[in-house]
Design a protein around this ligand. Structure first.
Ligand code: UD1
Length: 432
């Protein structure tokens, strides 16, 4: 298992290219199930979750061709960060998503809706993914049942079938769920009739997927709102689409500069999706200046101000930034309260931050952070994707050596993080 060895304590300086968004590209790739024609995706980040999803789609029979600067590449061995994939779903011959793949990634469950919509049946393993809470699938199943699917759960698998096509439905989510909204949209675009979904998740990554589906011939109204109206089509065509930039990766590097001081340029930034996040970071004292359409200069003198946040569905403060923000608050003089409203078990980074000298007390869903002057180095363990990156951030701030174990979690969602940070002057190595 790889580890990261980091000796921080120096201000960051340099340029970082923000990659395509993990949570977007997974949804975009999944739409290849819905068409027999070529789907070409650009700005695909090199991430282990992308490889896992590719494995799942190839297991269904989908062909995937990879290009980098126009040259064919092997997806599993490429050294590039930014890929173009062409997926073709005309060769799907297996409607079973096995546990061996699904256990690695919760988004594998998003295949249930599109498989059912296109082929009328599917068997999908109950999902794995980051252990940040119970992460139920009831809403995924309820929408599909409302569209006429019969679903039984046995031996760890959801077995779904529908007599003929899925039928349009009027459905209100009783909780805002990114994954269930994605599954519902991918089902409704091929269902018979006009569906209305209320209380949908509005995350920019969902919007990105909707824009791709519209290019493929789908009829989706009110994209970016909580009320989606979708008129099902008989079939969808191929399309070409550029994956939006990763707002969580962007926010992570903004938190980093707050902890290290210094000044860096971030390129390939999607400003629209991080407006609120920028406002929050500015309140902590980090300077953020838009220097071009997709470029920002971020700088800090490490004088971070304590502030309270609570995670909420988009456009609220993202749960995927909670751990990184907590690390930032650890060095802010005073007290800050971090409330996690989405997942009940998303404070697993806190014992690790405490090993690095943080002063944090957890009470139910709120972590109270009292600022300390600095982190110390330690051996720590990555426990989930965002929890692990917050340990990287803490490590960047201290000149003492930090060794972060189990960094396969980071590789799920951060494209070659050690290369990007090394280019900004960080002493960081990946060791086996
Ligand atoms: C997605 C993101 C993840 C992010 C999360 C919340 C991807 C690949 N993952 O995860 O990075 O942290 O959104 O923004 O895009 N819930 C139910 N029943 C369901 C589904 C969800 O009760 O059927 C609950 C969950 O337990 C959780 C809440 O709804 O408490 C939000 O979960 P959801 O939005 O579904 O998260 P994911 O789609 O798994």
């Amino acid at each position: 298992m790889d580890k990261l060895v980091i000796k921080g304590g120096k201000p960051l300086s340099g340029t970082i290219e923000i990659s395509g968004a993990k949570n977007s590209v997974l949804a975009l790739m999944m739409t290849s199930i819905l068409t027999d024609e070529d789907l070409t995706l650009h700005n695909v980040p090199y991430l282990s979750d992308v490889l896992t999803l590719a494995e799942l789609l190839e297991n269904f029979g989908i062909t995937i061709k990879v290009k980098n600067n126009g040259q064919p590449e092997d997806l599993y061995t490429t050294k590039e960060n930014n890929l173009s994939l062409t997926l073709n779903g005309s060769t799907i011959n297996n409607l079973n998503a096995p546990y061996s793949i699904a256990k690695k990634m919760r988004a594998s469950f998003w295949s249930l809706g599109p498989m059912l919509a296109k082929f009328g049946k599917a068997t999908v393993s109950l999902p794995g993914g980051c252990s940040i809470g119970t992460r139920q699938i009831d809403l995924h199943l309820d929408t599909l049942k409302a569209m006429g699917a019969e679903i039984s759960i046995s031996n760890g698998y959801a077995n779904a079938k529908v007599n003929g096509r899925l039928k349009a439905t009027n459905f209100t989510f009783n909780k805002v769920s990114v994954g269930a909204t994605i599954n519902a949209i991918m089902s409704a675009v091929l269902a018979e009739g006009v569906s209305t979904f209320l209380n949908c998740a509005q995350e920019p990554e969902i919007q990105d997927m909707c824009h791709l589906l519209v290019k493929m011939g789908a009829d989706i109204k009110n994209i970016g709102t909580s009320k989606l109206i979708i008129t099902g089509q008989d079939k969808l065509q191929g399309a070409t689409h550029t994956t939006m930039s990763d707002r969580i990766e962007t926010g992570t590097y903004i938190a980093a500069i707050g902890l290290t001081g210094g000044s860096i340029t971030l390129n390939n930034v999607d400003f629209e999706s991080i407006k609120n996040l920028i406002d929050t970071f500015k309140k902590t004292g980090i300077q953020i200046e838009k220097t071009g359409d997709r470029t920002m200069q971020i700088s800090s003198d490490k004088q971070i101000k304590a502030m309270d946040i609570q995670t909420m569905p988009y456009p609220g403060f993202p749960t995927d930034m909670q751990a990184q923000f907590t690390a930032l608050m650890c060095l802010a003089p005073g007290t800050s309260c971090i409330t996690e409203n989405l997942f009940e078990n998303r404070f697993m980074h806190i014992p690790e931050l405490q090993r690095m000298g943080a002063d944090i007390t957890i009470n139910n869903r709120t972590a109270t952070v009292v600022g300390v002057p600095q982190f110390n180095g330690a051996k720590v363990m990555a426990t989930d994707l965002r929890a692990s990156v917050c340990l990287v951030l803490a490590a960047l701030s201290t000149p003492e050596e930090t060794i972060i174990d189990r960094i396969y979690h980071i590789d799920r969602g951060y494209c070659r993080i050690e290369h990007k940070l090394a280019k900004c002057g960080v002493d960081i190595k990946r060791v086996k």
